[in-house]
Design a protein around this ligand. Structure first.
Ligand SMILES: Nc1ncnc2c1ncn2[C@@H]1O[C@H](COP(=O)(O)OP(=O)(O)OP(=O)(O)O)[C@@H](O)[C@H]1O
Length: 575
């Protein structure tokens, strides 16, 4: 675990941008060095003006202009290169975190709000990009400018500068105090925004339910409360800034007044020359801008630190299910599956599966039936290792699934879930989901097997029709057939099929059933069965109750036993 303060953890990302950052900082140096030169030239210009030396003034003005031109070119280099580097840092961080999230176990996502994750990957990372940009673009040059100008002021007149220094510790303490307050306010504010975005994602994805239950007012109230929390948290950040700037500004103005007083006093004593004092005061004024920037940046860093925390925290989460260090690749299997005394629990002391043993021969179809909550879904979810068995073992073709890599294991197992999710993209992309190269003829062939080619061809854009969010609406049966086509193309030896419970019309049902029959051929299939046709034709039916297999056999055998299946069958399937 990386225990460094979070900003330090960004260093490797920043380091990778050195090819851009080095020239950017050279530009910054050129840009900054010009400030004391400008002050010197300013001093000269004032004294030549006061003395009425027009030619001398002209020369100084010309040199100033040329210098300014060089400075502005350097400024362009600095701005553009630093922006490039900062946004690259954000991009790399975002893709790294996204990649890491993909490896996390299912249980993590069950306990996490997707809206919050979305907020961290978008807004929080953007904020980090901006803070890094500010660091390069404002903070480093301003700090450099402060050092250069301050050093020059010490060189010009250290006694006078020492007077100004008296106020510096006070400024530092104040800034530190405001910074800490701002960090905690920003943390609160970020959490509240993430709450808001989670709520929006949740409610609008379930808007049908909200409307069906006439729960609009209830939801508006809940949202309004979350929004008010966010308002308060944001206001406290703004309030802190509103207090900080006048306080710091007043202290700074006080410092200038003190400098002027001491300077005038020194001139009256004959210890200081008028021209020298002019240069000195211009320098002191040149400090205003970088001091403001440094303070402002410090505030922003503190606020950004909350985002850095929230994003880097994700990288610290370890997947519960991982490849063993000596994990091997699972070769293409024949599809024999063995569960040996498998037990499992989501929560300690609440067993969900207890000593389950079963064998599926290659090509067999195994139906799992039982009341809701019996453990059917859990049983099949252990096969692709979405969760890890607590005790016992699962073997595929005699190989313990914990001894092979997750990717090679999951490559053998296809899933047709109950809820057929379509991702934003074309129908073809949805069928070839997860495959980098789109082989259109293979996609169409899979769609034919899945009885989907017909309806897809009727869309004016065929396989290129956009589905998912903001895409065309597909019926339940059509979605199922796309999910089947996806599995056909994936071509796994083992298939997990969670039959949809919602009824389709007879025609659609027949098309889906035919597609499923074709898909299931030649594969070992675990089906959480809700359809009579499926259950009847299965090679083996496992009846589950409270995490155990209480009966097993074919449809005929189980009916003959006149046990739980027989009564279940009578109730469930015969109405
Ligand atoms: N992610 C989870 N975290 C905690 N408990 C869970 C989780 N998923 C399921 N359970 C619990 O485990 C038990 C078995 O659930 P499971 O979904 O496997 O049953 P099921 O037979 O598939 O039911 P259904 O037919 O309703 O889907 C239930 O008591 C359920 O509440």
């Amino acid at each position: 675990m990386d225990n460094r303060p979070n900003y330090w953890q960004l260093l490797p990302y920043i380091h990778r941008q050195q090819a851009i950052l080095i020239p950017a900082f050279v530009c910054t140096l050129v840009f900054t060095i010009y400030w004391p030169i400008l002050a010197k030239l300013g001093g000269l210009a004032i004294s030549s003006l006061v003395q009425g030396q027009v030619t001398a003034f002209g020369k100084v003005a010309a040199i100033t202009l040329i210098g300014l031109l060089i400075q502005k070119v350097a400024q362009y280099g600095q701005d553009s290169l630093m922006a490039k580097a900062a946004f690259r840092v954000a991009h790399q961080l975002r893709t790294r975190v996204y990649g890491h999230l993909q490896t996390l176990s299912l249980s993590y996502f069950e306990q996490t709000k997707t809206g919050d994750l979305a907020y961290r990957l978008t807004e929080d990372v953007d904020r980090i990009g901006e803070v890094v940009y500010k660091l390069f673009h404002d903070f480093v040059p301003s700090a450099l400018q402060l050092v250069v100008v301050f050093g020059y002021m010490i060189y010009l007149n250290w006694q006078l500068t020492a007077t100004a220094l008296i106020l510096i510790p006070l400024l530092a303490v104040l800034s530190g105090w405001f910074g800490e307050k701002m960090l905690s306010a920003a943390r609160r504010s970020q959490d509240k925004v993430a709450d808001l975005s989670s709520q929006v994602a949740e409610v609008f994805s379930g808007i049908r339910l909200v409307q069906a239950f006439a729960a609009e007012d209830y939801e508006v109230d809940r949202f309004s409360q979350a929004s008010a929390n966010n308002r308060d948290a944001r206001y406290s950040v703004a309030w802190l800034q509103a207090v900080q700037f006048p306080v710091v500004g007043f202290l700074y103005a006080g410092m200038i007044v003190v400098l002027l007083l001491v300077g005038t006093w020194q001139i009256s004593l004959g210890n200081l020359e008028r021209e020298g004092f002019g240069t000195y005061v211009i320098n002191a004024l040149l400090l205003i801008d970088p001091v403001n920037h440094v303070i402002q940046n410090f505030n922003e860093f503190k606020q950004g630190e909350a985002s850095v925390d929230r994003v880097l925290e994700l990288l610290q989460i370890k997947p519960l299910v991982q490849d063993a260090t000596d994990a091997k690749l699972m070769p293409v299997v024949t599809g024999r599956v063995d569960y040996r005394d498998v037990s499992f629990a989501y929560e300690v002391d609440q067993p969900v599966l207890q000593q389950v043993s079963l064998t599926a021969q290659p090509g067999q179809t195994i139906a799992l039936v039982g009341l809701s909550g019996a453990g059917k879904t859990t049983l099949v979810n252990l096969l692709p290792r979405f969760y890890e068995v607590a005790t016992g073992e699962i073997l595929i073709d005699g190989v313990n699934i914990r001894h092979v890599t997750l990717q090679s294991l999951r490559r053998q197992i296809g899933i047709v879930p109950q809820e057929n999710i379509l991702f934003s993209g074309t129908i073809a992309e949805n069928i070839a989901f997860g495959q980098k190269d789109l082989d259109m003829s293979a996609v169409a062939a899979a769609a034919r097997v899945a009885n989907a080619h017909g309806f897809i061809s009727q869309f004016s854009q065929g396989y290129h029709t956009w589905v998912g969010e903001r895409g065309v609406n597909l019926s339940g049966g059509q979605r199922q057939r796309i999910a089947i086509a996806r599995a056909v193309l994936f071509d796994p030896k083992i298939l997990i099929l969670d039959e949809a419970t919602s009824a389709l019309d007879a025609e659609s049902e027949a098309l889906v059933q035919e597609a499923l029959d074709r898909l299931m051929q030649g594969r070992t299939v675990f089906v959480i069965a809700h359809r009579l046709a499926t259950v009847r034709s299965c090679d083996l039916i496992l009846v589950m109750e409270k995490g155990r297999i209480i009966e097993s056999g074919t449809h005929g055998e189980l009916l003959q036993q006149a046990g739980r299946y027989a009564s279940f069958y009578a109730k469930q399937f015969q109405g």
